[in-house]
Design a protein around this ligand. Structure first.
Ligand SMILES: [Zn+2]
Length: 178
């Protein structure tokens, strides 16, 4: 096995510098660690958030950054929690994932679906899942995310069914970015 070169990354396994492996192994379950740190995938239809319809935010299980809202969660047949958008695109990173193709680029030419786009938490580097282009409107995207990489926080102020109250009148004075 040889590391380096691919995608310009010199990090062998994870770009996570926020937490030590040791700490994460203690804090996370085996599956949570496997998914977020080793790019694993939980078994389809097995995740705890797959069928959850409660109102709230889905945060990164590793660093706590809020990444997905129940407002954008939809029922997908894929077997994992599916969202049609992220809370903020700056909170995640996208990376082309050719792990299903390996070094056989001819296979990619025949089956382009094998090229997936990996989605990770920008803050801590945790692997979350993949994004596909077959989602519902308005974005047409389907973020297929492992339950094991998420931590759900119930919030009744967030709607999951109707989005008619999109303009909530809560004070948002925290728009300072610089
Ligand atoms: Zn994170």
């Amino acid at each position: 096995m040889q590391y380096g070169g691919a995608d310009g990354s010199s990090h062998a396994e994870s770009s996570n510098n926020l937490y030590s492996k040791h700490e994460l192994k203690k804090r996370l379950t085996y599956l949570q660690y496997h998914v977020t740190q080793e790019k694993g995938t939980e078994r389809a239809f097995s995740g705890k958030y797959y069928k959850l319809n409660d109102n709230g935010m889905y945060a990164c299980v590793v660093c706590g950054e809020e990444l997905f809202s129940s407002e954008t969660k939809f029922h997908s047949e894929c077997g994992w929690p599916a969202f049609w958008d992220v809370v903020d695109k700056n909170k995640v990173t996208f990376k082309s994932d050719l792990s299903h193709v390996g070094s056989n680029l001819l296979l990619l030419a025949i089956k382009p679906d094998l090229a997936r786009t990996e989605v990770s938490c920008r803050k801590c580097g945790a692997h979350l899942g993949h994004v596909f282009q077959d989602g519902p409107k308005p974005t047409g995207k389907r973020y297929c995310i492992n339950s094991a990489s998420l931590d759900f926080r119930k919030d009744e102020n967030i709607c999951s069914e109707s989005s008619e109250n999109a303009d909530k009148n809560k004070e948002t004075g925290d728009n300072v970015t610089k």
